[in-house]
Design a binder for this molecule. Structure first.
Ligand code: AMP
Ligand code: GLY
Length: 441
């Protein structure tokens, strides 16, 4: 089989690595990929010119059996619809369903209509009216850019003044471009967060192992929001009672409502949840894709074949359970200088463990995200290991380990992370702290 993975981050490295493990798979193409996917056995990077027609042409020319789409942007612009029209098997939601992530307003209205628990909210395009609403509600309060902003368009304002400043940034100064031309203002929720990710085939739901990520840049969950600085699986806050509630109150209603609307949901669905002290889940956001960095620890635990699961999903025959390693896994993101405000490119990365094609059951795996080769990522060849790997983006690596406890996984990941260095590298040493506190109670 030949597989095309769309995307170039840590999530896509993990997806490609999982697909390549399957003996049926001959080639995994990753577009555009990164240095890690270039070095991975059976995998190679490709550059596709146009988002939709380029993908279709590549699939037709290379006998691609299955496309797996990683990031949200091509999903929101309809890559799945385009592939379906061309008779190509592609895993992900259609553009209609992807609005759950592409528009916070669509998502909030959808949740209100289908009684899915979420924070109370109001949408605004006028800064004056938005500020008046904040004055009325008080702080803390949450200000969100309506459109896609790579996980950074959310300001949790501790004070009314901070909320006003965020509104000015989004509506008046246009800091988030079109994504911020409309804002959603939300009630501040308290509790513990978890990521609940499923595969859905229009009808059947296959929950992935639960996970939790750390969105804030700095230790102690402080600093600005990022795309995610680390994650672990499972998330102990999702007890089996909470799991049942999430399936009944969040996931099943999405599947039923999309089906009733004539747009069956297919692909990954990610519910970002806040679980309150009473164990009640509230949806903070929906994503129409797998999480990054959640994918890395989750797929480290997956014992079923990702390729088989996607094939079953495409055939409308998803099983209700996959096979998981019982041991927890944890990933630490190593980001480049200045992330999330800015990022640095071209810094040489040293201390990376060699990718060993013969050992597919490693207990520590360094997934690449913002990496490239110093000369040119597409020149990767058999001696690719000897080329210099350099940074090429904000989140550079996700060092992921599996062990008998979350603390053990954290320590194993930290040991490898500590040996890797590049100019300005930053990472958090406390990934998993909520779960470790529970473990050591
Ligand atoms: P989002 O991009 O919507 O997931 O938001 C990013 C992060 O902001 C979340 O992971 C939460 O930590 C925080 N956040 C978003 N919405 C709320 C809310 N209504 N109450 C509390 N925290 C929130
Ligand atoms: N880790 C958060 C996300 O993928 O949106």
């Amino acid at each position: 089989m030949n597989i095309l993975v769309i995307g170039g981050g840590g999530r896509e490295h993990a997806l490609a690595w999982q697909c390549a493990k399957d003996e049926k798979v001959k080639n995994v193409y990753v577009a555009p990929g990164n240095a890690g996917t270039a070095l991975e056995p059976k995998c190679q990077n490709v550059v596709l010119e146009d988002e939709h027609s380029g993908v279709i042409r590549f699939c037709q020319d290379n006998a691609i059996d299955m496309v797996i789409v990683g990031p949200e942007a091509p999903l929101v612009t309809g890559i799945i619809d385009a592939c379906q029209d061309a008779g190509i098997k592609a895993w992900g939601p259609t553009a209609y369903c992807a609005q759950l992530e592409g528009s916070k307003t669509f998502a909030k209205e959808f949740m209100a209509e289908h009684n899915i628990p979420t924070a109370a909210y109001k949408g605004f395009t006028d800064a004056h009216a938005a500020k008046a609403y904040v004055d009325e509600q008080g702080a803390p309060i949450v200000i969100k850019a309506d459109g896609l902003a790579a996980g950074k368009g959310v300001i949790v304002a501790e004070t009314v003044a901070q909320a006003h400043a965020a509104i000015d940034d989004m509506l008046a100064s246009n800091k988030f471009g079109d994504a911020g031309s409309r804002v959603v203002i939300e009630q501040f929720l308290t509790g513990e967060e978890a990521s609940f990710i499923c595969m859905i085939d229009g009808d059947n739901i296959l929950p992935m192992a639960t996970s939790q990520d750390h969105k804030r840049a700095f230790e102690g969950d402080t600093g600005p929001n990022t795309g995610g600085m680390g994650a672990y699986s499972p998330a102990p806050v999702v007890t089996s009672a909470v799991h049942v509630k999430v399936m009944a109150k969040v996931i099943q209603p999405v599947v039923d409502a999309m089906k009733a609307a004539g747009h069956p949901y297919t692909g990954f669905l990610y519910a970002g949840l806040m679980i309150n002290d009473a164990g009640e889940p509230y949806v903070i956001e929906f994503n129409c894709r797998f999480g990054d960095p959640e994918t890395q620890p989750i797929l480290m635990r997956l014992q079923s074949s990702m390729v088989d699961l996607v094939a079953q999903g495409l055939a409308g025959q998803l099983p209700s359970q996959a096979k998981w390693d019982k041991r927890p896994a944890l990933g630490i993101v190593v980001a480049s200088k200045g992330y999330p405000e800015s990022s640095s490119k071209g810094d040489v990365i040293s201390g990376l463990p060699e990718i060993d094609g013969n050992s597919r059951d490693e207990t520590v795996k360094v997934f690449h995200a913002g990496t490239a080769f110093s000369n040119d990522i597409n020149n990767a060849d058999v001696d690719g290991n000897e080329k210099e790997v350099v940074t090429s983006g904000g989140r550079v690596l996700c060092v992921t380990a599996i062990a008998d406890s979350i603390l053990g996984a954290q320590q194993a990941a930290l040991a490898v992370t500590g040996a890797i260095s590049f100019d300005g590298a930053q990472y958090r040493r406390d990934i998993g702290h909520h779960a470790i506190a529970r473990e050591t109670l």
